[in-house]
Design a protein around this ligand. Structure first.
Ligand SMILES: NC(=O)C1=CN([C@@H]2O[C@H](COP(=O)(O)OP(=O)(O)OC[C@H]3O[C@@H](n4cnc5c(N)ncnc54)[C@H](OP(=O)(O)O)[C@@H]3O)[C@@H](O)[C@H]2O)[C@@H](O)CC1
Ligand SMILES: [K+]
Length: 509
């Protein structure tokens, strides 16, 4: 499931046409047929359909869809929203084929005429503009899009809702609001952004015969889905012992937030960590030890209830360390973060208040010889970058990649569509999870899951993606089986980790 920009998609088309030898007309036929199949499943047998067609290749797809539907016996009305001379190339080829098959095309831009047509149909197919949109829609197309959006018809967009930019970073646009979008060959960036994702309605990718190797070669982003999890989650051998699955240290907690480190610790153990030590203050240890008897504890020096740096911090024995959860924002707790950045001899995960402290120590990231991973939510990420949250969310792929490459850090940018980025710029989107996760404590649970995954034998990037998958799927299964968005608690997400492993079992050796 690749994710592309418009330019990457054009490169993919061009390579497929010129190097692989599949002609544009053929790709258009495949695209139109693939979308038609989905449309037919959706609309049932006899519904009249109106197809709106624009000047480019997206309109060409529309002519193929209209022909397939006509051939299947549907009543199809085709409204071309640009004059005849604008239809050229492959789109003109398919327009002619449609007409040869008995189809009729009306060139219409008049408001009253279009309103009348739209009122009479239950399904509108939007093949006006695809990834070739530039700027805000011009008239009369903008007005036609408003009519479509105001109608009661179910709107099915081809490739992308017309007017919506494919790429991140575009904030001004007018777009069709689709109920369904059948996306051609690869997902476009805008399907994952806060301000644009909803325009797609429900969406699904339809393959059109572009070889996988071409998609892989031309894209740096993909979606992390069940098949990725199944392929990469490491197996557990029957001869394994607790030491085979990693020793981890979690540092955090303060008198006011004792629960956070308890949840991270429990989540790490539940995810499969061999041994977990919770490094925290004596008072927090006394508060949480009974809730997680499987863990070990490290008593750290404290001042006014907060961890401070001191000789008690032994960090040489661990395969991975996490810091930040419930740590507090005092300057001397920040010194502990700096100490770890300087000396942790293993992968280091920084979360929550640890990210707050990281802002003053960003330069230390570059000196680390072992990987560093941060798990910010958008507010923390914007703080690190010194930009507004809305600027970050309008181009999250760009901004996270910039930070990851500049400081050599792995980033998990949390959200509905969590973006995982490697220091080399590889990116994945993990989209499981539900609104029940919008609650205190769920981030602490993710930290524990990520730490546990970091200690299992798998590529670090895969480990981070798998951790997000486990966290989101746990919440999803819990809501499916016994909870609602309202009552799902962070601790339920920990309990639900078992369901994820049972639903998507690891291979056994
Ligand atoms: N072989 C392939 O490549 C394949 C491509 N495929 C399909 O092609 C699609 C891409 O096709 P594309 O490149 O022709 O662009 P497309 O999205 O149809 O739009 C161009 C038109 O939009 C117009 N327009 C732009 N901005 C505007 C504005 N603000 N306001 C108003 N009008 C505006 C622009 O007009 P112009 O500015 O030129 O006057 C031009 O006429 C892609 O999404 C997929 O569906 C599949 O069939 C598989 C094979
Ligand atoms: K479209």
């Amino acid at each position: 499931m690749y994710i592309v920009t418009a330019k990457e998609m054009y490169d993919i088309d061009e390579y497929t046409i010129n190097e692989i030898g599949l002609e544009g007309k053929l790709l258009m036929e495949n695209a139109g047929r693939a979308v038609s199949e989905k449309v037919i499943k959706l609309i049932g047998e006899t519904e009249p359909v109106c197809v709106f067609i624009g000047a480019g290749n997206n309109g060409g797809d529309g002519f193929v869809i209209a022909r397939v539907l006509l051939d299947k016996g549907y009543f199809v009305q085709v409204v071309q929203v640009v004059p005849d001379e604008k239809i050229t190339g492959d789109a003109l080829f398919h327009k002619r084929v449609f007409i040869q098959c008995g189809g009729e095309v009306s060139y219409l831009t008049d408001r009253a005429a279009i309103c009348k047509i739209v009122e009479r149909v239950r399904f509108v197919i939007d093949a006006i503009i695809g990834i070739g949109v530039k700027g805000v829609l011009r008239e009369p197309i903008q007005e036609i899009v408003h009519i479509i959006n105001q109608s009661k018809a179910c709107v099915i967009s081809v490739d992308i809702p017309s007017g919506l930019p494919a790429d991140e970073g575009v904030t001004e646009f007018t777009s069709v609001q689709a109920d369904y979008t059948f996306v051609i060959a690869a997902a476009k960036e805008s399907a994952f952004l806060v301000d644009t994702a909803d325009y797609y309605g429900q969406w699904e990718i339809v393959p059109i015969g572009i070889p996988n190797l071409v998609l892989r070669k031309n894209s740096t982003k993909s979606q992390w889905i069940e098949s990725n999890f199944r392929k990469t989650i490491p197996s557990r051998t029957v001869h394994a012992h607790k030491g085979s699955h990693g020793r981890g240290l979690i540092i955090g907690g303060c008198s006011e937030m004792p629960g956070s480190i308890a949840m991270s610790t429990k989540a790490a153990l539940k995810t499969g960590a061999g041994l977990i030590t919770a490094g925290t203050t004596e008072k927090v240890i006394s508060m949480i030890a009974a809730t997680c008897p499987e863990a070990m504890y490290m008593n750290l020096p404290e001042k006014d209830g907060y961890i401070t740096s001191g000789p008690a911090l032994t960090i040489s024995n661990y395969h991975a360390i996490a810091i930040g959860i419930g740590l507090g924002r005092r300057k001397d707790t920040g010194d502990v973060v700096a100490e770890l950045l300087n000396h942790a001899p293993c992968p280091l995960l920084i979360d929550a208040d640890g990210i707050y402290h990281l802002k003053s120590h960003l330069s230390l990231l570059k000196q680390r010889s072992m990987p560093t991973i941060i798990t910010p939510h958008p507010g923390e990420m914007a703080m690190l970058l010194g930009i507004s949250i809305s600027d970050l969310l309008s181009a999250p792929f760009h901004h996270t990649r910039k930070l990851a490459e500049a400081y050599g850090v792995f980033i998990i940018l949390k959200g509905k569509h969590t973006i995982i980025t490697s220091p080399k710029g590889r990116q994945a989107v993990e989209a499981s999870g539900n609104p029940g996760l919008a609650k205190g404590g769920t981030g602490d649970v993710l930290t524990g899951i990520v730490l546990a995954m970091m200690m299992q034998e798998q590529e670090l990037f895969d480990a981070l993606c798998n951790a997000c998958f486990i966290h989101g799927k746990s919440a999803d299964i819990q809501v499916e089986e016994k909870h609602a968005y309202y009552d799902l608690m962070a601790t339920d997400v920990i309990d639900g980790i078992s369901n994820v492993y049972r639903t998507f079992p690891c291979k056994r050796e």
